[in-house]
Design a protein around this ligand. Structure first.
Ligand code: SR1
Ligand code: MG
Length: 399
């Protein structure tokens, strides 16, 4: 019988005392539930001096933001812990450290990142972290290269693919990214004022074919162990640090999905900035986002290429020119997936604070409309956008 029970704050303290690995576990006295995501409980565990020392995270058996009517696998806690442990091996500077996990209780213990802030909040308030995009590019290159066929022995790769089969969490992405926005669905969530814009998505045949192709790749291309949900709310930043958290959507999928989701969230911020800073003051911050996107891709691609040159083990995949040809495909996938992130965050179940917290209704609607228009364009013309400079030109064209 399962040992699963939903933790109270006191349970979390006791668990942290037992499994937190601290020298003085009895100093842990209090827990605060701070989870603000869509899915899980997150407890900060404090010592008697009021200092937060450790995090205990537990998966609930349902989608938190919807309720018990939407049950969800507890196995996602194992998948999250194992994805983060795997990513930590390849990018320890940029992955949160998991120190313990218990699949039956769907609980993990991890390092406390109170010295950091969630990147999304910082982007919204226009606090700039000059190293963040470079570090994110490094994280993506190291984690994705070292879990790909370029690096893993074919037997090891297949064993890993099997271990990270994640059907229920993938189904959420499959539905929310590639189905819901393009049909009438009760999960969709957008203001009435956008009805015409959203109806146009349902009637756009070339768009829906391009989305089908992206979904097909998401279904079938086991290229590397993805984070699976690498948006700016899954990243903690500090002055010279960036750390990825929240990898319950981890599975072996197309590399362009992680890269595109990351770029998409920078573009969602780009779309929302005028609603927070005003049109005039947003201009410089928006320029910075466009520079950030170029730096993110360039860092990722250069590092991946270097790793491929130095560490590719497969004879055929090490053929000169192959890695760069593969990166071209990743880039085009990334632009397409980026477009689907823009649309699903504007029309679907799960939105982003970059736009949703804009107080002025008309301005918020304008920003949503902008994200939809840009997302649509990127999905359809992804194959014709050959470089980050070209992407920036297209973003300007649709602004
Ligand atoms: C039902 S879960 C909705 C969204 O929250 C997560 O953060 C993922 O982005 C998912 O798509
Ligand atoms: Mg998450």
């Amino acid at each position: 019988m399962s040992r699963y029970r939903t933790f109270t704050a006191q349970d979390a303290v006791e668990y942290a005392r037992q499994f937190g690995g601290l020298d003085n576990p009895s100093s842990l006295v209090e827990a605060q539930e701070v989870g603000d995501g869509n899915l899980n409980l997150v407890f900060k565990i404090f010592d008697s001096a009021g200092v937060s020392r450790i995090i205990v995270k537990q998966a609930l058996p349902y989608v938190r933001c919807v309720g018990e009517s939407w049950p969800l696998t507890l196995d996602r806690a194992r998948l999250e812990a194992q994805t983060l442990i795997e990513h930590y091996k390849h990018s320890p500077q940029h992955t949160v450290k998991i120190t313990h996990f218990d699949p039956a209780l769907a609980v993990m213990v991890m390092e406390d990142l109170s010295s950091h802030s969630i990147w999304r909040s910082e982007l919204i308030t226009n606090r700039y972290y000059p190293q963040a995009v470079h570090q994110l590019g490094e994280y993506l290159a190291h984690t994705l290269f070292h879990t790909s066929d370029f690096y893993l022995h074919p037997h090891e790769k297949k064993a890993q693919v099997a271990n990270f089969i994640n059907p229920e969490m993938c189904e959420i992405t499959e539905d929310l990214f590639f189905n819901d926005p393009y049909q009438i669905h009760e999960r969709n969530n957008y203001p009435d004022e956008l009805e015409n814009d959203v109806a146009a998505l349902r009637d756009d045949a070339p768009l829906k074919i391009a989305v089908a192709s992206l979904k097909h790749r998401f279904f079938s291309q086991a290229e590397a162990l993805l984070h699976g949900d690498i948006h700016s709310g899954s990243l903690f930043v500090a002055a010279s640090s960036l750390k990825a958290i929240d990898a319950e959507f981890g599975y072996f999928g197309p590399i362009g999905f992680d890269v595109g989701t990351a770029i998409g969230n920078l573009l969602l911020n780009f779309c929302g900035l005028p609603g927070h800073l005003g049109i005039r003051d947003a201009a410089a911050a928006r320029e910075q986002r466009l520079t950030d996107i170029q730096e993110l891709w360039n860092t990722f691609a250069e590092r991946f290429q270097t790793l491929a040159n130095e560490k590719t083990r497969d004879a055929a995949l090490s053929t000169p020119g192959y890695a760069s040809a593969f990166l071209k495909k990743v880039w085009q996938d990334a632009i397409g997936f980026c477009g689907t992130e823009l649309i699903r965050r504007s029309v679907g179940l799960s939105h982003v604070a970059d736009i949703d917290t804009i107080h002025d209704d008309a301005m918020r609607h304008e920003c949503l409309r902008h994200a939809i228009t840009l997302g649509k364009a990127l999905i359809v013309i992804a194959g014709r956008i050959d470089s980050p400079e070209e992407l920036v030109a297209r973003v300007r064209q649709y602004s």
